[in-house]
Design a protein around this ligand. Structure first.
Ligand code: PXG
Length: 442
């Protein structure tokens, strides 16, 4: 009988792990059992310095008392409330707190449970917005090569990471892509925003000429592309995209799932670059990664376009069982309070120059062909092993873990995005260990 079956705790076969080399992992598992502030503890009792804030999400570090307490308390007070046609106070409080932290002009907040869902939500709002205004022909969506917008069908359609798309069929139709902005010949080893590449935004004019502006609903980009290996926007690029979108009545969506909540030393990338989109997608740092939650932010112009017709009718046929759920909302409120009380975004900005110098001290280290950084984000690109792309960086990841630091790799790029509470000696440890690892790699 199924109920009699008691799998041994070390039976790893049932769990099909996401974005993981399952067979490799299960032969030599890397198991994390607890976490506090800047460190994970492994099942073999080692401390591992968190160089990635989990998956770019634990911006305030781990086991933060205010967040832990808020979740505990909310679970005992109101565990769940229906999300449709009912409300509870904390979802409204959190929406207000997010709005107050967001750039002026972002006034309305739609809750989701992840970055992927935020992306689907923003794309759907964009298309439905045009239709609500009588421009129903605007259905095309424009993404960008190397873009990552989560893993649902809309997101992988506008996304540009080939492995995330190619085995999943024909995807959404009516999608086109801008070129990516990676120009290593001109921009290698740039600190912060690269000089070259603003002209790549002009490709949007060609796409508009090809399809007609009246068929295009929205352009979606990461203001700083994270997952593909940290590609910074060239100087002037985002401003140019904004101009062209405005000129043609196309909505601009910033996917701020990674850049939101302090990563660049400002609350959002939109603040950092001084460019305001029409919609912003967020998740991750909204709840410090502790409880799944995302949010889409938008302007009164977009929100108000839906608020028409008889008042008893639903204005947007979209939402999730857990949109703004009580425990996630409580976690979000406590997270934003933690960021504010500890001045963590300002702290990230203050620490950024030290981080930048430490990263760029790796220039000249074996295998390193480029280094990129901004705020508390950094990437080190390695020369791939001929005929075996990704292998060198993955070996670096495994060796780094053995030596007590956690990094991420994508292709042959090492990416780091530590919690914003990182201290200088942690940065020294991260970079020092990485230098040793790189020197010892084949
Ligand atoms: N948009 C962006 C810009 C993201 O970076 C998503 C959407 C999707 O979020 P969810 O919550 O559905 O995973 C992301 C997620 C990595 C890495 O190491 C990046 C992400 C997730 C996991 C790993 O690069 N980004």
């Amino acid at each position: 009988m199924a109920l009699d079956r008691k799998p041994a705790p070390n039976d790893l076969s049932a769990f099909w792990m996401p974005f993981t080399a399952n067979r490799q992992f299960k032969k030599a598992p890397r198991m994390l059992v607890s976490a506090d502030r800047m460190h994970y503890r492994t099942s073999d009792g080692r401390d591992v310095l968190d160089g990635t804030a989990g998956l770019w999400c634990c911006n305030a570090g781990h086991n933060r008392p205010k967040i832990v307490e808020a979740i505990r308390q909310q679970a005992g007070e109101l565990d769940y409330a229906p999300a449709f046609q009912m409300g509870h106070p904390k979802a409204f409080e959190l929406a207000n707190a997010v709005r107050d932290m967001a750039p002026a002009g972002m006034e309305h907040v739609f809750f989701t449970n992840s970055g992927s869902e935020s992306v689907e939500t923003a794309l759907k709002i964009a298309i439905a917005y045009h239709r609500a205004r009588g421009e129903g022909s605007r259905t095309r969506l424009i993404g960008r090569e190397r873009g990552y917008h989560g893993v649902n069908f809309g997101g992988i359609s506008v996304g540009g990471i080939v492995n995330n798309r190619k085995v999943f069929g024909s995807l959404l139709n009516g999608v086109d892509h801008l070129p990516h902005t990676h120009l290593p010949e001109q921009n290698a080893f740039t600190r912060g925003q690269p000089e070259h590449g603003a002209h790549l935004a002009d490709e949007l004019e060609d796409i508009v000429a090809l399809h007609g502006a009246e068929t295009i609903a929205a352009v979606i980009v990461e203001p700083m592309a994270g997952s593909t290996g940290v590609l910074l926007p060239p100087k002037g690029y985002l401003e140019r995209l904004r101009e062209i979108c405005t000129k043609h009545g196309i909505l601009l969506i910033f996917d701020e799932v990674i850049t939101g909540f302090g990563r660049l030393g400002s609350a959002f990338a939109a603040d950092h670059f001084g460019v305001l989109p029409d919609l912003m997608t967020t998740a991750k740092g909204l709840t410090n990664g502790v409880i799944p939650m995302g949010a889409v932010l938008t302007t009164p112009a977009i929100h108000d376009a839906f608020m028409q017709g008889p008042e008893h009718l639903i204005e947007l046929f979209h939402g999730y069982t857990y949109s703004g759920s009580p425990i996630a909302s409580a976690a979000g409120l406590a997270t934003l309070e933690t960021y504010r009380e500890e001045g963590l975004f300002e702290r990230a900005a203050e620490m950024a120059p030290y981080w930048e110098d430490a990263l760029h001290s790796l220039k000249g280290t074996r295998h390193v062909i480029d280094i990129r950084n901004m705020g508390l984000i950094g990437a080190i690109e390695l020369e791939p092993i001929a005929g075996a792309p990704t292998k060198r960086a993955f070996s670096a990841f495994l060796k780094a873990y053995d030596k007590g630091i956690m990094i991420r790799t994508t292709g042959d790029i090492i990416a780091m995005s530590p919690p914003l509470i990182i201290e200088k000696d942690h940065i020294d440890q991260l970079i020092g260990t990485l230098r040793e690892v790189l020197q010892g790699l084949d």
